[in-house]
Design a protein around this ligand. Sequence first.
Ligand code: RB5
Length: 143
Amino acid sequence: MIAIGSDHGGYELKKEIIKHLAQRGIECKDFGTDSTASCDYPVYGKAVANAVAKGECEKGILICGTGIGISMTANKIKGIRCALCHDCFSAEATRLHNNANILAMGGRVVGAGLALKIVDTFLDTPFSNDERHIRRISQIESE
Ligand code: RB5
């Protein structure tokens, strides 16, 4: 199950992603927002991040206008590694190296065609499980 959320700046792209996930047979849980009316991105960033951190959803996708505010919010939640990606190379690398569990994008930055490729790359790339990457990820969490 994929958790997905956006603010008004990411709402239109979120709808495209939900349709794409359904076409791929991937289930998702939409945490809002439900329109293009102005709203506060931290509400949706926290809802998706908490669902992933608690293990209710395996991964998450977050979209705001730039992807910046919503990724900053998600990364405040313990256990969340949210990666802001606007290219497929970064989406692949953050799965292989960082075991990122949330993908963030900016709905005002990328078009739907590229965004859907980024989503596919993110969801289809496994963590490398390399010792050096496991070590570095544990260093992110330590004080
Ligand atoms: C909303 O106008 C905008 O600030 C938001 O979508 C996002 O880009 C924040 O980082």
